[in-house]
Design a protein around this ligand. Sequence first.
Ligand SMILES: [Zn+2]
Length: 232
Amino acid sequence: MHTHSSETIWEVEESLRQFGRCPIEELYNRGIPGPCTVVAHCVWLDDREIELLARSGTSVAHCPCSNMKLSSGPARVITRRKGITVGLGSDCEKENNNLDLLEEMKFASLLQMVSTLDPTTGDPWDILTMATLEGARALGLDVVTGSLEVGKQADIVTCCEDLAPAFPRDQPGKDGQPDPIGGLIAAPGDLAAQHRVLVPQRQHLRVFRPAAAQHGSRLLDQIPDQRGDDRQ
Ligand SMILES: [Zn+2]
C-alpha cells in the first residue's frame, strides 16, 4: 500500500481537528502501516509517530525536492531514522517538475545540511543507499535489486565525469580522501546524460555476444576458485 502523509503543518492540524490524532496515529488506528506500506513525506512527525512507523515496519519515501518546492519543510524522520527504511522519491510532476532521482539525491543532501545547519550531514553514501538499496527494500525488491551482489539483477548506472565540467574530483569524503560518490551527488545534472539501456529484453545493444562470452570465459579462467581456496 502507498500513501502520502504528514506533509504539511496544516495536514497535521486538520487531522487533529477531525480525528483527534496526528496523521500517522490515525493511519495506525485504521491498520494501514505495516511492512507492505510505503508512506511518502513524513515531514511533520512527533516521536510517537516515528515509533509507530518503526514498530510496524512501515517504509518512508523521502521527497526532498517536493518538500522544498511546496515549502513543506525538512522531513524529521531523516534525522531520527530509528531503523525505518527510507527510500528516495520524487513525489509527482507538479510538485517537483522532474522525476530525476540523481537530482533528488543532491537535494536530499543539501536539505539535510541547511535544515541542521551542519555541513557534515547529508552523507553522500547514506543518500546513495536511500536512492538504491533502501528504495528497493521499501518496495520489497531488495532481494532482486538495489545493490550489486551475486544473484541480483545487474542494474548499473555508469557516469562519465569527463562530461561534467563542475565535477568536484577532489570532493573530500569522511576520511579526507577524494570521494567519487560525494562528487556524483554534488554534480548530478551533467552526469545524468549518460543514462543508456545496454541490455533490454536480454539483448545486448552494444556488445557482440559471442565475443563477449569468449572474453568473459577468459576472465573467469584468471579468477581463482574462491570456494576451493576457502576449503583449503
Ligand atoms: Zn505527495
